[in-house]
Design a protein. Sequence first.
Length: 297
Amino acid sequence: MPELPEVETVANGVNARVRGRRITQVWTSGKPQTFKSPETEIAAALTGAKIESVRRVGKTIVMTVTRDRKPAEFLIHLGMTGRLLVCTPEMPVAAHTHAVLTLDDAREVRFVDPRRFGRLSIHHAGDEGRARGSTPTSQNRDVGHPVTSGERPRGYTGPGKEPLTISLNDFVALFRNRKTPIKAALLNQSLLHGVGNIYADEALFRAGIRPTRQAARLARDELKKLRAALVTVLKQAIKLGGSSVSDYVDADGVRGFFQLRHKVYQRTGEPCRDCGTPIKKITLAGRSTHFCPTCQK
DNA sequence: CGCGGGCCCTGTGAGC
DNA sequence: TGCTCACAGGGCCCGC
């Protein structure tokens, strides 16, 4: 399931392959829940547009395009099983393909998503919802903020902080007064964005912290360890091309390798790699949660 | 507002 | 061997 390292891998791969190309044609599947913006609007904004860059924000892929000198952002959220693939036209179109962007060199960017938890949307400069620091209302919560150069887009990814760059003080402040278990807090995208089930479990193991601990009760020293563990595990996963647990692949359809380094995730009953105690699985915040009862206090 | 729980969606694999 | 069914979970919605 694509989390920060997987989304980063895909975004970088797509960026390297299609940056600077022009989109000549757009096809969409018509499956309503895939599209947060009307398909006609997406097609109109992208057809004839030039791809300026593709990058990751939280778990969202942000494709910045310009058309008639006007910038827009095409947002791709992979959900659980979403893939963003750069293909040549002769490659067979996979089942559950929901969008195809044809490029001026005939290659195609394809969005494939069997489970349809993924979402596509388009955002134009000048879209509303810009009020700084305001909580998005139900009317504009889906509407992203236009991005001026260097500014982090807001609105569609929530106000979450980037786990790779957040300062220790800001990190500690996130969990102050949070009665929820630390694992649930890590998954909350309005606190940190990009962390999902795999890396929450893996970081908590590496920090020696039980996922059930109340966030507010963690000592500063434990949060320091947790932040360091998160950064380490995310960076290592990016280096290895992400975790391919079920069907994650990069922009070329290639699997990642970080699943081989998992210490707890989906290792229920197997011996802890550090102490040999069988890894335990519980349900927390509605998610399967794996930990070592001995190493994690 | 914070938090927990239900739901969406389909491929996979365990079990009978 | 073939079928059924639980399970996987990010994000959103609802209710307390």
